[in-house]
Design a protein around this ligand. Structure first.
Ligand code: ATP
Ligand code: MG
Length: 147
């Protein structure tokens, strides 16, 4: 299905922005140039909503989460950068497995089943895409989805 990027991501953003505002956290969208994506919009929305849910949940009050969308070498790139607690490099692979929640203290503090990223990974795979993470403890996180 052919989807126009700007209206699509603006709508997704509107849907989740309220949950950020309730917690006094900021969410910003940047699309350098509008473009058409040939994607399954339902899947892409689920991917973005799950990643934004994590960005909000694992970030402090007043922090900024940035959603950047652009085309690179003919691929749609969705980049979500947060200023949150970060993820230890040794956990970068395991977080995509089902029911995995890294660090015990963190699991007590933040609720969740440990399913979000496993679902994201399946949806990205179903799209023939890939997902990359750049993060470390205390340094925030960047999740990049290339479709
Ligand atoms: P659920 O998504 O099912 O509500 P969850 O958020 O714990 O629960 P995942 O979304 O799969 O599960 O994430 C797995 C783990 O990876 C989290 O428990 C958390 O420790 C870590 N994590 C994921 N995203 C981030 C992020 N943006 N910043 C810091 N840690 C993260
Ligand atoms: Mg989650």
């Amino acid at each position: 299905e052919s989807v126009q990027a700007t209206p699509f991501f603006s709508t997704v953003l509107q849907r989740v922005k309220h949950s950020f505002e309730l917690e006094d956290k900021h969410l910003e969208l940047s699309i350098r140039e509008d473009f058409e994506m040939v994607v399954d919009p339902v899947r892409v929305e689920q991917i973005v909503v799950n990643l934004l849910d994590n960005a909000r949940k694992y970030s402090p009050i007043h922090s900024i989460t940035r959603l950047d969308v652009y085309v690179q070498d003919g691929h749609t790139v969705i980049r979500i950068e947060d200023e949150g607690i970060g993820i230890h490099t040794r956990d970068h692979e395991v977080i995509f497995e089902k029911l995995i929640r890294v660090e015990k203290s963190r699991s007590r503090e933040y609720g969740g089943a440990g399913l979000g990223l496993a679902i994201v990974k399946e949806l990205v795979d179903a799209h023939g895409g890939r997902i990359e993470v750049i993060s470390d403890i205390g340094k925030g996180s960047i999740f990049t989805v290339i479709l």
